[in-house]
Design a protein around this ligand. Structure first.
Ligand SMILES: *Cc1c(COP(=O)(O)O)cnc(C)c1O
Length: 394
């Protein structure tokens, strides 16, 4: 049995999206910038995909810029805004739990360009308050960037409220909505965002394609110079098949959103309740109220997250420990630490991210294997054998 519970890392390409993409790899291979029939045929597909993606998020087609994915969109939004600003002092307000594509871009801008950055902390539930974000804003603030939903523990942030404040104050507001597109209603006007990042492979689209939505009137520098593609915003030959696949995947995700959310949340809720009840010394990271329906993230006392991951993998179950991007490093996740979780427990965090194809049988089997793995690992853990029974841990 193979069970995939790592849908926040990437998702399986949708079959219908693949079918729509195929002709643009083969007979319809033209460059959309070419004036001849081959080019026009490809351009038509790109135009249609752009219009469709725009309409699915309440935007205009001219506000959709294709990129190579979420990381590029995040880099572009921040660097583009900072480099376009003529102000002497530049300041970014973001959060302590952003994806590395935001955090490391901020660190780069701090080091290379002397930009100051405020990282707003989150509560135990993994959320910033609009008040804390507003308090961090200064007269020097160039841009505010707050992720829509967190990729590790699924906390959904108060984007609309933060956006309303930024709109009122005339401050640029960007959100990394990569984890939200699948399950949340995303309307750029309702959310009051000026820029929004997405990535197709997080909603059953192809890898290597994303969008940066840029509200008309917002001026940012371009990151990639060269040809005049994407209204001169982003050079590079337009990737027709990936763009077509992204639109197809988003269309399907939006069409089935409510039904998938309900089914996935029910499986997740049952799993969380059972883990908390039947496995001792286990802690749920993040709150349940404002959380992505497919996310469960736990810390297990006395054992390493990596050991659990390996045990589950030996049984065909794919999960992740910390964030996928930082696994391989021994640093505990900055997101789990930001929740106030002690370092040992941050080291033992495991993310289960369910998907639209996840079944009850799979979650049943996963629970069984998880429980056995935790028991087995604890039976050989000297720390556990020393401390158990005292109930004093944490
Ligand atoms: C996956 C992810 C990204 C990066 O997207 P890529 O398309 O893989 O570059 C950025 N932000 C968040 C929140 C993500 O989950």
């Amino acid at each position: 049995m193979r069970i995939y519970l790592d849908n926040s890392a990437t998702t399986r390409l949708d079959d219908d999206a693949l079918a729509e993409m195929m002709p643009y790899f083969t007979e319809k291979f033209g460059n959309p910038s070419s004036l001849h029939a081959y080019g026009r045929e490809a351009l038509k597909a790109v135009d249609e995909a752009r219009a469709e993606i725009a309409s699915l998020i309440g935007a205009k087609a001219s506000e959709i810029y294709f990129t190579s994915g979420g990381s590029e969109s995040d880099n572009w939004a921040l660097k583009g805004a900072i480099y376009a600003s003529k102000a002497k002092h530049k300041h970014i307000v973001t959060t302590a739990i952003e994806h590395p594509a935001i955090i490391e871009t901020c660190e780069y801008l701090e080091k290379k360009d002397g930009v100051s950055v405020s990282y707003v902390p989150v509560g135990k539930d993994g959320r910033v308050t609009p008040e804390a974000v507003i308090k961090a804003v200064t007269p020097d603030t160039t841009i505010v960037s707050v992720m829509f939903a967190n990729n590790e523990m699924g906390a959904i942030q108060p984007i609309k409220e933060i956006g309303a404040f930024c709109r009122e104050e005339g401050i640029l507001f960007h959100t990394d909505a990569v984890q939200a597109m699948d399950s949340q209603a995303v309307d750029v006007n309702e959310l009051n965002v000026d820029m929004l990042s997405m990535s197709a492979h997080k909603f059953h689209g192809p890898k290597g394609i994303g969008v940066l939505y840029i509200r008309s009137g917002v001026r940012i520098d371009r990151l990639i110079a060269g040809g005049h593609q994407e209204r001169r915003g982003r050079a590079g030959t337009t990737d027709t098949p990936l763009i077509v696949g992204m639109a197809a995947a988003l269309r399907k995700a939006v069409a089935h959103r409510d039904e998938v959310n309900a089914r996935v949340a029910k499986l997740r809720d049952g799993f969380v309740a059972r883990v908390l009840k039947e496995i001792p010394y286990v802690y749920l990271n993040g709150g349940m109220e404002h959380r992505l329906p497919n996310n469960a993230n736990f810390s297990f006392g006395f054992i390493e997250g990596e050991s659990i991951l390996i045990n589950l993998d030996l049984n065909g179950i794919a999960v992740s420990s910390g964030s996928a991007c930082s696994s391989g490093s021994l640093e505990p996740s900055h997101v789990i630490l930001a929740l106030g979780v002690p370092e040992e427990l941050a080291h033992s965090s495991i993310r289960f991210s369910l998907g639209r194809d996840t079944t009850e049988e799979e979650m049943e089997y996963t629970f069984k294997v998880l429980k056995e793995s935790v028991e087995k690992l604890r039976s050989i853990s000297p720390l556990f054998n020393m401390e158990k029974g005292t109930g004093s841990y944490v």
